[in-house]
Design a protein around this ligand. Structure first.
Ligand code: ATP
Length: 134
C-alpha cells in the first residue's frame, strides 16, 4: 500500500515521524482525510485529534491548533502543542478542565473568558483522545 511521510512538529521539537496510508484531522473548514499523492495544500487546524493510519493501526495525536502542510510525499503538522495519545497525562488534563470551568463560571471581568474557553477545549480534547485508547 502507498504511504506518505508524516511529521508532527511543536516548538519543543518533533513528536512524531513515520509513514502513513492516511491522515485524518479537523481543519477549520471541516474534517480532512489525506491520502498519499495529495495535491499541495495548507490548512489551519482546530483543537482536535490527528489520526495517523498504517497497517491496520491508528496512532492518535492531540493537537492544540496549528497548521497542516500537505505535499504529495509529505504531511507536516505544525502545532503549538501536540501529544501522542499514550503520553497524555490524564490527571493534568482533568485538573486543567476543572480550572477552566471554574474560570468560566467566574463573573468577574478580570477573567479572560476566551482564554479559559480555549484551555477547556484543549483539556476536553486530551481527555477524549486518552479515552479513545481504551
Ligand atoms: P495546563 O494548564 O495543564 O498546562 P494547557 O492546555 O494550558 O494545560 P499547553 O499550553 O497547551 O497546556 O501545553 C504546554 C505543554 O504541556 C505542551 O508541551 C503540551 O504538550 C504539554 N501538555 C499540556 N497538557 C498535557 C497533558 N495533559 N499531558 C501531556 N502533556 C501536556
Amino acid at each position: 500500500m502507498k504511504t506518505v511521510e508524516v511529521n508532527v512538529v511543536t516548538p519543543d521539537g518533533p513528536i512524531y515521524n513515520g509513514e502513513a496510508e492516511m491522515v485524518s484531522t479537523k481543519a477549520k473548514s471541516g474534517e480532512l482525510g489525506i491520502l498519499p499523492n495529495h495535491i499541495p495544500m495548507v490548512a489551519p487546524l482546530q483543537i482536535g485529534a490527528v489520526r495517523i493510519k498504517k497497517a491496520g493501526k491508528t496512532e492518535f495525536v492531540a493537537v492544540s491548533g496549528g497548521f497542516l502542510e500537505v505535499r504529495p510525499d509529505k504531511i507536516t503538522i505544525l502545532a503549538q502543542a501536540a501529544e501522542l495519545a499514550e503520553t497524555i497525562d490524564l490527571a493534568r488534563a482533568n485538573a486543567a478542565k476543572l480550572r477552566a470551568e471554574r474560570r468560566l463560571q467566574d463573573k468577574q471581568d478580570t477573567v479572560d473568558h476566551k482564554r479559559a474557553e480555549l484551555a477547556l477545549k484543549r483539556a476536553i480534547n486530551r481527555i477524549s483522545i486518552y479515552e479513545s485508547l481504551k
